[in-house]
Design a protein around this ligand. Sequence first.
Ligand code: BES
Ligand code: ZN
Ligand code: ZN
Length: 499
Amino acid sequence: MLVYSSWKDYLPKSFLWLSQIKIEQAKGLSDTSWNLIAVRTENEQLVLSSGGLDAALKTRLLNEIDTQSWTAGEKSLRLNVDGKKFLLVAQSSVKTGAVQLGRQLGLDAAGALSKAKLKDLHISDCDQLLALDIFEGFVLGFEDGTAFKSKNTTEFPQRVSVQTQDKDALNKRSQLAQSLLLVKWLQDAPANFITPEQFAHISQDLFKSTAAELLILGRKEMQALGMGSFLSVAQGADSDPKLIAIKIKGQDTSKTVALVGKGVTFDAGGINIKASAGLEEMKYDMSGAAAVLGAAHYFTAVKPPVNVVCALGAVENLLGPDATKPGDVVKAYNGKTIEILNTDAEGRLVLADVLSYVVEKFDPDLVIDIATLTGAVIFGLGHAGAGMMTKDQKTADFLKHVATRVGEPMWHLPFWPELESEVSSQLADYKNIAKASVKAGPIMGGLFLREFVKDHRCEWAHLDVAGTAWSCAATGYHTNGGSGFGLRALIGAAELYHS
Ligand code: BES
Ligand code: ZN
Ligand code: ZN
């Protein structure tokens, strides 16, 4: 058993540090703090970039680099020139967008700062890498993975300044970075800590003194509402499943965006039990819910332009005498019956009920669900981007635009009409997996979910983040562990949704 008096005992120190430190807005170069300079190689020449660097200063810095025979291959270099302090950090050469490169530069700057035990940093735009993106990466660089260790010796900077005209944007980015730390922590936390009940506790604690309205349903309440699909997943475990919904009023209360997350706190597969290798990674099967909770955390601090409803289905998919058996038929909240042909395709069973409940109760204009739904999406898209599915081209274009802007790539997968009938069962209305020859795992997951929103007027999109939620180091700029993927896109979508 993991012993603690409050879940807050295990919050990462970085989370508390960021809530206490004042992030300053500053212009030009700093006279007192270390000035971050990005260094890249172009035509075998080093190019320095940072706001406030004039040609003369650049030449002096380049001369110093020469004298010290520093190559940008070594990650960082500290220089004192003109009475100012400069921290030179090599830019990543991974082929990706400027947003991700900016974030990576910030992460590397945090590493350099920690290594040299420096206490301050001044960040400005470095050519096309924006100060706010660098800042976000910098903060994430202090997330050191020690939350569940008994000792933490990480030292945090005492002074951080960012060159930006827009104070509001800086505050928002700092808030986003904190929500990201929360999401990544929730993801990495073990499954004997982040249980469905714990998800509910954390939500209660986070939102009790805010204006958000919180609604939590347990097994009993869900039984009374007829959520047989969601509950079929919970049958194999003793823990109480939780449907958690957080409603946050926006500036314009005539529109509502709903964000819905899969929160399987551990996915053993159920009676269709998973193989042993890598099974511990299935604690990450709540990553969609973590991102949604993170969005709620953000929007209780930064009022959204429209109403936002954050809903998550938290449950353990285990095995026991009462567990659902392959072939069982259940009745979902919307009255439709489902033949469960594979208990490991449980995410769609949870989301089916959460989605139909959310559209009925909150009447949203746009619904985005986010889930680690299929292993197959990893084969299709790898770890560099998520699968996005929607029947509306307009919604797909909107989300692609948001995704590029926030640096969370996604790719629109088609709902091939030929596959639509594959969600129908002979025995019940639906079945939760298609026949083996169909393949197209991510699309079949999306087509199944669509059945539970299609009778509502809302726009809807499904994000399959099984490949991007954790261990994305293969892409060259992410670190291992929970990535927080989806949080930025969900927030971006709610902030940019006007129509
Ligand atoms: N949680 C898994 C999907 C998953 C697998 C996420 C690997 C991340 C990494 C999901 O519940 C699942 O088991 N899906 C099955 C679906 C199949 C039975 C149709 C899968 O992907 O094999
Ligand atoms: Zn599963
Ligand atoms: Zn799962």
